[in-house]
Write a protein that binds this ligand. Structure first.
Ligand code: 5AD
Ligand code: SF4
Length: 453
């Protein structure tokens, strides 16, 4: 009988949240979560398929689990974004995998546990247009610090960028009700959490439509809550919790969202705004729905309204047909914006995407890699310049953990999402403190706590 489970997780923050949903469901079935994989009789791998490397990692892990399975009776489930790639699964299912489950099917876990105990292989990879797991409170048992956590507000994505598998692996976009989101945030606050990050593939297109009956059955009214309204709602109802959100799509980010970020102290002054490329030609091939100029105007609006706002990006190097000129357009855009930090990726040609079907993956790996390096190098320079600006300033820091390098120091973040290290002196995890910045390394600010400000 299955009694103890362990989850191995890959990929994005959405998977971290889904692990908590899975854990919550399994705990309700009286299963026990174990930290050590060797103690588990059920091992679930929550997969990512955004780039080929993520899939290879999962594949290797499955081979390792297979070696465990030969030594002792264990059950293995594969869940998450990779499961729709059935060819891969079919190759392995007979020997290694006991069940396969898509990201919208986690409610079926209690039934599946029974099914696999009777040696029946189970597979369901259907996507849902409604599932938001809104009535399941995610389990936080492996969140030791209880300082920061995630709250999913939308699932799926309707954007269909040509390079991206997410619309196929996670399905259509749907929003969770504001009431559910508020309840979840409230509960987290009561549990002692100090910061929540609102999650979605594209949070700016959050939309909840509420039907109200003005007079019994006579007149109907539809009230819509968009992302800026949701942000304001959470910021006002929970003034003592710090709010972040991720990810924004430049095409959907409205002026009203920017104004709400400015208006409330408890909304962090940090926006992750993936640009993907600085070339109009490439943006068009990616079907990104904005031009380089639209993007620059959006950044200018953000900086005019919230001058202290930190901005980061995602950039893909070596997308189909990307020439040296397109790459230089990207570098020039970076030079103009001078981002605080960023995430850069080598383009990975994903089966099933529009790009895979219609374009050739015609930039060599060496060129992709060299362009990635150009971007990393430029970003390092900009990050350094940005960190320098903070010297001698006083930053409001939420203490999140011990510093990785030295446990005599705390590590926390300011509103701009920058990591700040300072010497411990009787403070507690989850405390907000003021820190004067005295120096910096390539990605970290170092300071000392000040008592009065
Ligand atoms: N290849 C490389 N990077 C990708 N991303 C999404 N799909 C791909 C792909 N096929 C990147 C994008 C996105 C981030 C989450 O992952 O930059 O914003
Ligand atoms: Fe993928 Fe584009 Fe949706 Fe982001 S917005 S998840 S890149 S399709």
């Amino acid at each position: 009988m299955i009694k103890k489970f362990h989850i191995i997780s890959y990929g994005c923050q959405m998977n971290v949240y889904d692990n908590e949903i899975i854990t919550s469901i399994l705990i309700r079935c009286n299963l026990l979560y174990v930290i050590n994989i060797l103690d588990a009789d059920l091992i679930i791998i929550n997969t990512c398929s955004i780039r080929e490397k993520a899939e290879t990692t999962v594949y290797n892990k499955l081979l390792y689990l297979n070696s465990l399975k030969k030594k002792k009776k264990i059950y293995i489930g594969v869940v998450g974004c990779m499961v729709r790639r059935l060819k891969f699964i079919n190759n392995l299912k007979k020997n290694i995998i006991d069940f396969v489950l898509g990201p919208d099917q986690y409610r079926e876990l209690p039934y599946i546990i029974k099914s696999i105990e009777n040696n029946r292989y189970f597979s369901n990879v259907l996507l849902s247009n409604e599932e938001t797991y809104s009535n399941i409170f995610p389990s936080k048992i492996y969140n030791i610090n209880k300082v920061t956590t995630y709250v999913t507000i939308t699932r799926g994505c309707d954007n269909m960028c040509t390079f991206c598998v997410v619309p196929f692996t996670r399905g259509r976009e749907r929003s969770k009700s504001p009431k559910n989101i508020l309840n979840e945030c409230n509960k987290l606050y009561e549990m002692g959490y100090k910061e929540v990050t609102l999650l979605g593939q594209n949070v700016d297109s959050y939309l909840w439509t509420k039907e109200t009956h003005i007079k019994k059955n006579i007149k109907k009214e539809f009230k819509q809550i968009n992302f800026s309204m949701l942000l304001e709602l959470i910021a006002t109802k929970l003034p003592n919790i710090r709010i972040r959100f991720c990810t924004s799509n430049p095409h959907d980010m409205s002026l009203s969202v920017i104004k709400i970020i400015k208006k409330y102290n408890n909304i962090c002054k940090y926006i992750h705004l993936p640009v993907q490329s600085g070339s109009n030609k490439i943006l068009k091939l990616m079907k990104r729905k904005y031009t380089r100029l639209n993007y620059i105007k959006l950044i200018e609006n953000i900086r005019n309204i919230i001058p202290e706002c930190a901005i980061s990006y995602d950039i893909i190097t070596g997308f189909c047909n990307e020439t040296e000129k397109d790459h230089i357009d990207t570098l020039n855009l970076m030079k103009y914006i001078k981002y605080d930090f960023g995430y850069m990726f080598i383009y990975s040609h994903r089966k099933g995407t529009y790009a895979y079907n219609k374009y050739k993956d015609n930039v060599s790996f060496d060129i992709k890699k060299r362009r990635l390096y150009d971007i990393i190098k430029l970003q390092r320079k900009h990050s350094k310049l940005n960190l320098k600006k903070y010297l001698n300033t006083i930053q409001h820091v939420l203490i999140e953990s011990d510093s990785k390098k030295n446990s005599n120091y705390w590590s926390g973040r300011n509103s701009q999402n920058l990591i700040i290290i300072f010497k411990k002196n009787g403070e507690k995890l989850g405390e907000f403190v003021n820190v004067k910045i005295l120096s910096y390394t390539s990605a970290t600010l170092i300071g000392e706590k000040i008592k009065y400000y």
